[in-house]
Design a binder for this molecule. Structure first.
Ligand code: 0L1
Ligand code: MG
Length: 262
Protein backbone atom coordinates (compact mmCIF):
# COMPACT_ATOMS: atom_id res chain seq x y z
CA UNK A 1 0.00 0.00 0.00
CA UNK A 2 1.21 3.47 -0.83
CA UNK A 3 -1.24 5.71 1.04
CA UNK A 4 -1.30 6.33 4.79
CA UNK A 5 -4.36 5.32 6.83
CA UNK A 6 -5.09 9.03 7.32
CA UNK A 7 -5.16 9.68 3.56
CA UNK A 8 -7.37 6.62 3.00
CA UNK A 9 -9.85 7.96 5.57
CA UNK A 10 -9.77 11.46 4.05
CA UNK A 11 -10.36 10.15 0.53
CA UNK A 12 -13.21 7.91 1.74
CA UNK A 13 -14.88 10.90 3.42
CA UNK A 14 -14.34 13.02 0.30
CA UNK A 15 -15.93 10.42 -2.01
CA UNK A 16 -18.75 9.52 0.35
CA UNK A 17 -19.63 13.20 0.83
CA UNK A 18 -19.79 13.55 -2.96
CA UNK A 19 -22.24 10.63 -3.04
CA UNK A 20 -24.40 11.81 -0.14
CA UNK A 21 -24.46 15.45 -1.28
CA UNK A 22 -24.81 14.54 -4.98
CA UNK A 23 -21.91 16.60 -6.30
CA UNK A 24 -19.06 15.54 -8.55
CA UNK A 25 -15.30 15.56 -7.87
CA UNK A 26 -12.16 15.05 -9.95
CA UNK A 27 -10.72 11.54 -10.00
CA UNK A 28 -8.60 10.92 -6.94
CA UNK A 29 -5.58 9.54 -8.82
CA UNK A 30 -4.98 13.09 -10.15
CA UNK A 31 -3.74 14.03 -6.66
CA UNK A 32 -2.59 10.55 -5.64
CA UNK A 33 -1.02 8.94 -8.73
CA UNK A 34 0.98 6.63 -6.45
CA UNK A 35 -2.06 4.82 -5.01
CA UNK A 36 -2.20 1.07 -5.69
CA UNK A 37 -5.00 -1.53 -5.96
CA UNK A 38 -4.94 -2.28 -2.23
CA UNK A 39 -5.30 1.44 -1.51
CA UNK A 40 -8.29 1.60 -3.87
CA UNK A 41 -10.11 -1.25 -2.12
CA UNK A 42 -9.07 0.12 1.31
CA UNK A 43 -10.81 3.42 0.45
CA UNK A 44 -13.92 1.50 -0.68
CA UNK A 45 -13.83 -0.52 2.59
CA UNK A 46 -13.54 2.68 4.59
CA UNK A 47 -16.65 4.06 2.82
CA UNK A 48 -18.43 0.84 3.79
CA UNK A 49 -17.20 1.16 7.39
CA UNK A 50 -18.61 4.70 7.55
CA UNK A 51 -22.00 3.53 6.29
CA UNK A 52 -22.17 0.56 8.69
CA UNK A 53 -21.27 2.87 11.58
CA UNK A 54 -24.24 5.02 10.55
CA UNK A 55 -26.56 2.00 10.71
CA UNK A 56 -26.73 1.00 7.02
CA UNK A 57 -26.73 -2.71 6.16
CA UNK A 58 -25.06 -4.57 3.29
CA UNK A 59 -27.79 -6.11 1.08
CA UNK A 60 -25.64 -7.35 -1.79
CA UNK A 61 -22.44 -7.23 -3.78
CA UNK A 62 -21.69 -6.30 -7.37
CA UNK A 63 -19.27 -7.00 -10.14
CA UNK A 64 -18.83 -4.10 -12.53
CA UNK A 65 -17.18 -3.58 -15.90
CA UNK A 66 -17.70 -7.24 -16.74
CA UNK A 67 -18.71 -6.82 -20.37
CA UNK A 68 -16.49 -5.71 -23.24
CA UNK A 69 -19.13 -3.08 -24.11
CA UNK A 70 -18.77 -1.54 -20.64
CA UNK A 71 -14.98 -1.85 -20.54
CA UNK A 72 -14.76 -0.13 -23.92
CA UNK A 73 -17.25 2.56 -22.88
CA UNK A 74 -15.22 3.39 -19.77
CA UNK A 75 -11.74 2.82 -21.21
CA UNK A 76 -10.66 0.09 -18.73
CA UNK A 77 -9.65 -3.55 -19.13
CA UNK A 78 -10.50 -5.28 -15.84
CA UNK A 79 -13.70 -5.82 -13.83
CA UNK A 80 -14.18 -4.28 -10.38
CA UNK A 81 -16.16 -5.28 -7.29
CA UNK A 82 -18.27 -3.27 -4.88
CA UNK A 83 -20.97 -3.43 -2.20
CA UNK A 84 -24.68 -2.56 -2.13
CA UNK A 85 -26.32 -1.17 1.01
CA UNK A 86 -29.96 -0.94 2.07
CA UNK A 87 -30.81 2.52 0.80
CA UNK A 88 -29.56 1.64 -2.71
CA UNK A 89 -32.49 -0.79 -3.07
CA UNK A 90 -35.57 0.50 -4.94
CA UNK A 91 -38.76 -1.59 -5.25
CA UNK A 92 -39.83 -2.87 -8.67
CA UNK A 93 -41.74 -0.07 -10.41
CA UNK A 94 -40.44 2.43 -7.85
CA UNK A 95 -39.35 6.05 -8.21
CA UNK A 96 -35.77 7.30 -8.05
CA UNK A 97 -35.16 10.95 -7.21
CA UNK A 98 -32.79 12.52 -9.71
CA UNK A 99 -31.86 15.27 -7.25
CA UNK A 100 -30.27 12.66 -4.96
CA UNK A 101 -27.91 11.64 -7.79
CA UNK A 102 -25.28 13.36 -9.97
CA UNK A 103 -25.56 11.99 -13.52
CA UNK A 104 -27.18 8.54 -13.31
CA UNK A 105 -27.05 5.84 -15.95
CA UNK A 106 -28.89 2.53 -16.07
CA UNK A 107 -27.62 -0.88 -17.07
CA UNK A 108 -29.32 -4.28 -17.49
CA UNK A 109 -28.04 -6.98 -15.17
CA UNK A 110 -28.61 -10.60 -14.23
CA UNK A 111 -28.74 -10.84 -10.42
CA UNK A 112 -27.65 -14.05 -8.67
CA UNK A 113 -28.84 -15.11 -5.21
CA UNK A 114 -26.73 -17.81 -3.56
CA UNK A 115 -27.97 -20.72 -1.43
CA UNK A 116 -24.43 -21.66 -0.40
CA UNK A 117 -21.29 -19.67 0.35
CA UNK A 118 -18.64 -19.38 -2.36
CA UNK A 119 -14.95 -19.13 -1.61
CA UNK A 120 -11.96 -18.73 -3.90
CA UNK A 121 -9.27 -19.28 -5.02
CA UNK A 122 -10.21 -21.71 -7.76
CA UNK A 123 -13.90 -20.83 -7.90
CA UNK A 124 -15.33 -21.58 -11.39
CA UNK A 125 -18.68 -21.27 -13.13
CA UNK A 126 -19.65 -24.85 -12.16
CA UNK A 127 -19.23 -24.02 -8.48
CA UNK A 128 -21.21 -20.81 -8.95
CA UNK A 129 -24.11 -22.58 -10.68
CA UNK A 130 -24.16 -25.29 -7.96
CA UNK A 131 -24.25 -22.62 -5.24
CA UNK A 132 -26.91 -20.43 -6.92
CA UNK A 133 -30.45 -20.49 -5.56
CA UNK A 134 -31.94 -18.42 -8.41
CA UNK A 135 -31.32 -15.57 -10.81
CA UNK A 136 -33.56 -12.59 -11.57
CA UNK A 137 -33.52 -9.39 -13.63
CA UNK A 138 -31.99 -6.26 -12.14
CA UNK A 139 -31.61 -2.66 -13.26
CA UNK A 140 -28.48 -1.11 -11.81
CA UNK A 141 -28.37 2.68 -11.55
CA UNK A 142 -24.74 3.75 -11.56
CA UNK A 143 -23.68 7.28 -10.66
CA UNK A 144 -19.93 7.86 -10.73
CA UNK A 145 -18.93 10.61 -8.36
CA UNK A 146 -16.28 11.62 -10.90
CA UNK A 147 -16.84 14.55 -13.21
CA UNK A 148 -18.28 13.46 -16.59
CA UNK A 149 -17.83 9.77 -15.59
CA UNK A 150 -14.07 10.24 -16.29
CA UNK A 151 -11.93 7.93 -14.20
CA UNK A 152 -9.34 5.18 -14.19
CA UNK A 153 -9.86 1.77 -12.59
CA UNK A 154 -8.26 2.61 -9.22
CA UNK A 155 -10.36 5.74 -8.85
CA UNK A 156 -13.57 3.90 -9.69
CA UNK A 157 -12.83 1.03 -7.29
CA UNK A 158 -12.31 3.56 -4.48
CA UNK A 159 -15.69 5.08 -5.45
CA UNK A 160 -17.42 1.71 -4.83
CA UNK A 161 -17.64 1.12 -8.59
CA UNK A 162 -20.17 3.94 -9.11
CA UNK A 163 -22.84 2.10 -7.08
CA UNK A 164 -25.91 4.13 -6.21
CA UNK A 165 -29.26 2.33 -6.66
CA UNK A 166 -30.62 -0.97 -7.99
CA UNK A 167 -34.03 -2.50 -8.71
CA UNK A 168 -34.79 -6.23 -8.71
CA UNK A 169 -37.94 -7.76 -10.14
CA UNK A 170 -39.34 -10.30 -12.53
CA UNK A 171 -39.17 -13.95 -11.61
CA UNK A 172 -36.70 -15.78 -9.39
CA UNK A 173 -35.69 -18.71 -11.61
CA UNK A 174 -33.38 -21.61 -10.64
CA UNK A 175 -30.40 -21.81 -13.01
CA UNK A 176 -30.73 -25.54 -13.73
CA UNK A 177 -33.00 -25.14 -16.76
CA UNK A 178 -31.43 -21.93 -18.09
CA UNK A 179 -28.56 -21.27 -20.45
CA UNK A 180 -27.48 -17.92 -19.02
CA UNK A 181 -25.27 -17.25 -22.05
CA UNK A 182 -28.14 -17.12 -24.52
CA UNK A 183 -30.72 -15.27 -22.42
CA UNK A 184 -31.94 -12.29 -24.42
CA UNK A 185 -31.89 -8.89 -22.70
CA UNK A 186 -33.91 -5.85 -23.83
CA UNK A 187 -33.85 -2.56 -21.93
CA UNK A 188 -36.29 0.18 -22.90
CA UNK A 189 -36.25 3.86 -22.03
CA UNK A 190 -39.64 5.54 -22.47
CA UNK A 191 -40.85 2.61 -24.54
CA UNK A 192 -37.91 2.58 -26.94
CA UNK A 193 -35.36 -0.25 -26.94
CA UNK A 194 -32.04 1.40 -26.02
CA UNK A 195 -29.90 -1.61 -25.08
CA UNK A 196 -30.10 -5.14 -26.43
CA UNK A 197 -27.83 -8.04 -25.60
CA UNK A 198 -27.45 -11.58 -24.29
CA UNK A 199 -25.99 -13.01 -21.09
CA UNK A 200 -22.75 -14.11 -22.76
CA UNK A 201 -21.77 -10.43 -23.06
CA UNK A 202 -20.76 -10.73 -19.40
CA UNK A 203 -17.35 -12.45 -19.51
CA UNK A 204 -18.71 -15.18 -21.82
CA UNK A 205 -21.02 -16.42 -19.01
CA UNK A 206 -22.51 -14.27 -16.20
CA UNK A 207 -21.51 -16.91 -13.61
CA UNK A 208 -17.86 -16.13 -14.50
CA UNK A 209 -18.32 -12.68 -12.93
CA UNK A 210 -19.50 -14.29 -9.67
CA UNK A 211 -16.53 -16.71 -9.76
CA UNK A 212 -14.17 -13.74 -10.24
CA UNK A 213 -15.72 -12.02 -7.23
CA UNK A 214 -15.31 -15.19 -5.11
CA UNK A 215 -11.65 -15.44 -6.21
CA UNK A 216 -11.08 -11.74 -5.52
CA UNK A 217 -12.50 -12.10 -1.99
CA UNK A 218 -10.70 -15.44 -1.49
CA UNK A 219 -7.37 -13.71 -2.10
CA UNK A 220 -8.28 -11.50 0.88
CA UNK A 221 -9.35 -14.45 3.06
CA UNK A 222 -13.06 -13.63 2.61
CA UNK A 223 -16.00 -15.45 1.02
CA UNK A 224 -19.38 -14.64 -0.49
CA UNK A 225 -21.84 -15.71 2.21
CA UNK A 226 -24.88 -17.93 1.52
CA UNK A 227 -27.94 -15.82 0.74
CA UNK A 228 -25.96 -13.01 -0.91
CA UNK A 229 -27.49 -11.20 -3.89
CA UNK A 230 -24.87 -10.25 -6.49
CA UNK A 231 -25.27 -8.07 -9.58
CA UNK A 232 -23.12 -9.75 -12.22
CA UNK A 233 -22.47 -6.63 -14.32
CA UNK A 234 -24.06 -4.66 -17.13
CA UNK A 235 -24.82 -6.77 -20.20
CA UNK A 236 -24.63 -3.66 -22.42
CA UNK A 237 -23.30 -0.13 -22.26
CA UNK A 238 -24.94 2.04 -19.61
CA UNK A 239 -27.62 4.52 -20.74
CA UNK A 240 -28.00 8.04 -19.31
CA UNK A 241 -31.34 8.90 -17.67
CA UNK A 242 -33.02 12.07 -16.43
CA UNK A 243 -36.18 13.21 -14.66
CA UNK A 244 -39.31 11.86 -16.34
CA UNK A 245 -37.63 8.79 -17.82
CA UNK A 246 -39.18 5.35 -17.38
CA UNK A 247 -36.91 2.31 -17.72
CA UNK A 248 -38.12 -1.21 -18.32
CA UNK A 249 -35.86 -4.27 -18.53
CA UNK A 250 -37.00 -7.62 -19.87
CA UNK A 251 -34.85 -10.73 -19.72
CA UNK A 252 -35.90 -13.87 -21.56
CA UNK A 253 -37.41 -16.46 -19.18
CA UNK A 254 -36.91 -14.13 -16.18
CA UNK A 255 -39.62 -11.51 -16.78
CA UNK A 256 -39.36 -7.76 -16.38
CA UNK A 257 -38.42 -5.03 -13.90
CA UNK A 258 -38.91 -1.28 -14.13
CA UNK A 259 -38.32 2.06 -12.45
CA UNK A 260 -39.12 5.72 -13.01
CA UNK A 261 -36.90 8.77 -12.52
CA UNK A 262 -38.54 11.83 -10.98
O1 0L1 B 1 -21.64 -1.56 -12.54
C1 0L1 B 1 -20.77 -1.20 -13.35
O2 0L1 B 1 -20.45 -1.86 -14.34
C2 0L1 B 1 -20.12 0.12 -13.12
C3 0L1 B 1 -18.72 -0.04 -12.73
C4 0L1 B 1 -18.07 1.29 -12.62
C5 0L1 B 1 -17.81 1.95 -13.93
C6 0L1 B 1 -18.90 2.88 -14.36
O3 0L1 B 1 -19.23 3.81 -13.62
O4 0L1 B 1 -19.37 2.72 -15.48
MG1 MG C 1 -23.36 -2.67 -13.02
Amino acid sequence: MKLTQKTIEQLAEHLENAELQAHDVVKITDEHPEMDWDDAYAIQNEILRRKLARGNRVVGLKAGLTSHAKMKQMGVETPCFGFLVDYFSVPDGGEIKIKELIHPKVEPEIAFVLKRALKGPGCHIGAVLAATDFVMPGIEIIDSRYRDFKFDLKSVIADNCSSSRFVLGGQAVPVGQLDLRTLGVVMEKNGEAVAIGAGAAVLGHPAAAIAMLANHLGARGEEIPAGTMILSGGVTEAVAVGAGDHVNLRIQALGGVSCRFI
